[in-house]
Design a protein around this ligand. Structure first.
Ligand code: URA
Length: 199
């Protein structure tokens, strides 16, 4: 095993044994992340919902099906990007993760970012954007805008769950998706060509 593979295994083990916040008391499964660990594109959601908690994989419920459709519009999928969440355990009743839960889980996300080494990070919704782009991120105002920090390009789009509730946000999200495709073509065109590996 390479050092990186060992680091991934160690990180997964730490997540699966984590009891750093109260979410561990109600979780069924830790939802670590899925996709291509070497992808230049990382999507970050908020936290697992009911289906994810049962299946142990991010975005496998209704919002996940919409996310798959959104990815396919721009020739991406779970095999050429990596998908993770801010918190790895389900907040009961799908409430927002509390600030202390977000921060208790932050090291795991930061380690995933270090290991994936993405060129683009796409925040799905305001919670991920508030952690990774800027505190109190206003998604209605700033979705689709790009910022570069430490060599990584960041943007945020509406969370798929929000798009399930509010169809009126879909046209602007389509524009944001095209902007992601354009940025990927500029920064990491190999993502569309590379032979992909399922992990
Ligand atoms: N919503 C999220 O933010 N993440 C998931 O994994 C599922 C739904």
């Amino acid at each position: 095993m390479t050092t990186k593979e060992q680091d991934w295994e160690e990180l997964r083990r730490r997540c699966e044994n984590c009891r750093a916040c109260e979410l561990h008391e109600t979780r069924h499964r830790v939802v670590f992340g899925v996709g291509l660990r070497t992808s230049p594109i990382l999507f970050v959601g908020e936290g697992p919902g009911q289906q994810e908690d049962l299946q142990g994989e991010p975005f496998v419920g209704a919002a996940g099906h919409l996310l798959d459709d959104m990815l396919s519009i721009i020739d991406l999928d779970r095999h050429n990007c990596y998908i993770a969440n801010v918190v790895k355990c389900r907040p009961p009743g799908n409430r927002d993760p509390k600030p202390e839960e977000r921060y208790a889980c932050l090291d795991y996300l930061m380690e995933q970012i270090r290991l994936v080494e993405p060129k683009l990070i796409i925040c799905l919704g305001r919670i991920a954007a508030g952690i990774l782009i800027e505190d109190d991120f206003r998604i209605t105002k700033r979705h689709g805008q790009w910022v570069q920090k430490n060599g990584i390009w960041y943007t945020a789009i509406y969370h798929p769950s929000a798009l399930l509730r509010d169809l009126s946000r879909r046209p602007e999200t389509f524009v944001d998706l095209l902007s992601i495709r354009e940025k990927a073509l500029e920064v990491c065109p190999q993502v569309f060509q590379r032979e992909t590996v399922e992990i």
